[in-house]
Design a protein around this ligand. Structure first.
Ligand SMILES: [Zn+2]
Length: 529
């Protein structure tokens, strides 16, 4: 049995410090549920002493039972010169009734004398007494030694004394923090190795990414003996962010031989990343290691050929292990061997030489000539293949649509409205909606109409919308290519539409996107039975 590393997620506390992130109480509850389902051990959810919104959250979460994770409230050691019982911040922490607490304290002398302005001896007492007080209340206590690595470099003896005070007070884990994110991996290894020899309780690691090294530093710390790893899911955090747990966890588990999550939980890594990004209202770039859309995307004939023969040729781990999937990017260079992979998903009996394959290839070439580009839009190709093979049953037909742009003299954004009429199995449905611009209005109206027949459409959101004018050498009007990225909180997919009219191009992509969602849901259902 491989050794367990405790995973400590601070997306809701340190992650909430990131520029552009603001969690509502509802968002926080959804993040907690997502992390709990994935098997994360500790969820640090906020600082009740400093933030009224966090107090409301901790009250709400009391009624929700978690399956695995321990909820953690965060705060500082008692203030200087007062008794622990009189500290308002510690009182607020105890009122949350969380099983875990994380308490930060100072270990860098300069911060003690110049920032919080107390004596070095009083600081040690603050640490020890706070630990003892919380342990007496039955808490699982992590001591976050703030600026530990800088403190150690400046005055190693005192930095160690701060840890010894926490150990003396009864802390369960000592998390060494690279708060300013400036430490290098080999320094982390040396310092953690030394600290480990001087302390008897488990060590944790908390890294920031200011040098682009937070993941590397966390792995080095575990390599040197740390057994709790702190970070935020997807690396959200102040300045350049925190250590990215979605990168650390698979490295620890798939490469370093440690145990963080059950295999089935690790397979939720990608869908959890999509979900947390969505709740955080942060767009994924696609290049996130392990969980990004491009993490296992192959382009170029030779690479694709090699991956098909043996995935290990261009993949460091198997995408299935982290719940991601291999993608074969479509482009003019990728040729028949790419297309046949996608065709075989629909009909395994067809080969590169089949007439049907030629027909699909001809159709793709024709569309590429018209201005389509399928790279990154395999979901459109999958639908195209089904149509060419006569295996596509449309889920609906669009009978009519109209958009109306309205210009107002107020400062509000230009609003538009759209009316659509669809037909499903002979039954018509008309719907209208307003939106920011005609495409948004169309999208809303179309989905409202379809929800009557397919309630799961309400899960779908447009996550990206790109328009490119295609350089046209002909005398006719130039064309636009619209790429729409959609997500249902589990999957992300992209569709493409081309037309001389931007609304029509958008509509082609929108319809494809919805058809793809319905088709995927249907396939998922079939696999279950
Ligand atoms: Zn931090």
């Amino acid at each position: 049995m491989s050794e367990k590393i405790l995973v400590f997620d601070s997306t809701l506390r340190d992650g909430a410090q990131a520029e552009g992130i603001s969690f509502s109480v509802e968002d926080k509850i959804r993040v907690v549920e997502t992390l709990d389902k994935m098997g994360i051990d500790y969820i640090e959810a906020g600082n009740p002493g400093s933030n009224p919104k966090d107090i409301e959250f901790f009250n709400r979460i009391k009624g929700i039972r978690l399956n695995h994770a321990k909820l953690v409230a965060f705060g500082s050691t008692r203030r200087g010169g007062i008794a622990v019982e009189d500290d308002a911040n510690l009182k607020a922490i105890l009122e949350t009734e969380t099983p875990g607490v994380a308490i930060f304290g100072k270990s860098w002398t300069f911060h003690i004398t110049d920032i919080i302005k107390t004596t070095l001896a009083e600081n040690l007492k603050m640490i020890e007494e706070t630990m003892a007080y919380l342990k007496a209340q039955g808490k699982d206590v992590t001591f976050d030694a703030e600026h530990f690595f800088d403190g150690y470099k400046n005055d190693p003896a005192y930095a160690i004394e701060a840890l010894l005070a926490a150990q003396e007070g009864g802390a369960d884990c000592l998390a060494l923090c690279d708060t300013n994110g400036g430490t290098l991996p080999y320094e982390i290894q040396e310092i953690v190795t030394d600290v480990r020899q001087k302390l008897r309780i488990p060590l944790g690691i908390h890294c920031h990414n200011d040098s682009g090294l937070a993941v590397a530093n966390s792995l080095m710390a575990v390599h040197a003996g740390a057994r709790q790893v702190q970070g935020t899911f997807l690396g959200y955090g102040e300045r350049c962010g925190n250590a990215n747990l979605a990168t650390i966890i698979p490295n620890l588990q798939l490469k370093m031989g440690f145990h963080c999550l059950a295999d089935a939980e690790l397979q939720k890594l990608t869908s959890s990343a999509i979900r947390i990004a969505e709740i955080s209202n942060y767009a994924l770039t696609g290049r996130e290691p392990f969980v990004g859309k491009s993490a296992f995307a192959h382009k170029g004939g030779m690479h694709i050929d090699a991956v098909m023969k043996n995935p290990a040729s261009f993949e460091h781990v198997s995408p299935e292990a982290v719940g991601n999937e291999r993608r074969i990017l479509m482009s003019e260079v990728s040729g028949r061997s790419t297309i046949i992979q996608l065709i075989n998903e629909v009909d395994p009996s067809l080969t590169k030489k089949s007439d049907e394959t030629t027909r699909v290839m001809d159709r793709i070439k024709e569309l590429e000539y018209q201005g389509y580009q399928f790279e990154g839009a395999e979901s459109s190709v999958k639908l195209l293949i089904r149509k060419e093979l006569g295996m596509h049953k449309p889920f609906f037909t669009l009978e009519d649509f109209k958009t109306i742009g309205e210009q107002t003299h107020t400062k509000e954004a230009l609003s538009s409205s759209a009316v659509v009429k669809i037909n499903v199995d002979g039954q018509s449905e008309i719907n209208a909606a307003e939106g920011d611009g005609p495409v948004n209005a169309l999208d809303k109206a179309l989905r409202k109409a379809l929800e009557v027949f397919y309630p799961k459409i309400s899960e779908v959101r447009l996550t990206d919308f790109k328009v490119r004018v295609i350089d046209s050498k002909s005398a006719t009007a130039s064309k636009v290519r619209v790429l729409i990225e959609s997500s249902d909180g589990v999957d992300i997919w992209t569709n493409v539409g081309v037309s001389t009219d931007i609304i029509e191009a958008s509509l082609i992509a929108l319809i494809d996107s919805i058809e793809y969602k319905l088709l995927s849901d249907e396939e998922r259902e079939q696999q279950k039975h």
